[in-house]
Design a protein around this ligand. Structure first.
Ligand code: GRF
Length: 213
């Protein structure tokens, strides 16, 4: 009798910042032989991003492409697309990547680009989600992992988790607790995508077999 080994999906991770979500993903993959994915490249628009350092320390291929080194945004995105595609990823994970990607990038990986965002979308889209949630006075915010479409922080939602706002929270303290949630939620969602367990119907993502991360 032959045993079938599930395919290992090639995962590209894009970061702009410290890369704690990247580290959480790498650790989750290391800890789970059934994960079904491996990180094959880490790319950034910030050549000094901490996330790139984590990748280098692990001996992973890195791509650093600053927008300012390109004549315009389209040229930068074209270079990024080519550099990422050269590693032949099946899945692209935006783990704190602070640039908007256009359809020209996204069409390379239809329904296979995933993002983590530090709010309960559709509330508080954009780059200052934690600050905006605090300023709005919400009692509960959270983390959302979603598929990326052409609009900012908009695509079909895979999973969300709540984080209560404490009376003495600062942007930093609240973001630290949200990130702790993201560190669990993002790898769980990447695993579902790697295992082909996400089925998208309109804006709804069905997880099969059903098991909410
Ligand atoms: C995360 O909270 C992510 O949702 C947001 O930026 C943060 C990135 O953190 N877009 P890190 O670089 O993974 O530590």
């Amino acid at each position: 009798m032959s045993t079938s080994v599930p395919p290992t999906r090639r995962v590209a991770v894009l970061v702009s910042g410290s890369g704690t979500n990247l580290v959480a993903l790498l650790e989750a993959i290391d800890a789970d032989p059934a994960f079904g994915g491996e990180v094959v490249v880490v790319a950034s628009d910030q050549p000094t991003a901490g996330g790139l350092e984590h990748a280098r320390r692990r001996g992973l291929p890195v791509v650093a492409l600053a927008l300012s080194d390109h004549p315009d945004r389209a040229a930068w995105e074209a270079a990024l697309t080519t550099a990422v595609a050269a590693h032949e990823p099946d899945v692209v994970v935006l783990a704190g990547f602070m640039r908007v990607l256009s359809a020209r990038f996204l069409r390379g990986w239809p329904d296979r680009v995933l993002n983590t965002h530090p709010s309960l979308l559709p509330a508080f889209r954009g780059a200052h989600a934690v600050r905006d949630a605090l300023a709005h006075g919400v009692r509960v915010t959270g983390a959302t992992v979603h598929l990326v479409d052409e609009q900012v922080d908009h695509g079909p939602i895979i999973a969300q988790r709540c984080v209560p706002v404490e009376p003495d929270d600062t942007e930093a303290s609240l973001h630290t607790r949200i990130k702790a949630v993201e560190h669990d939620l993002l790898p769980a969602c990447v695993k579902l995508l790697c295992q082909d367990r996400l089925h998208i119907v309109g804006r709804t993502v069905h997880i099969e077999p059903e098991e909410l991360p």
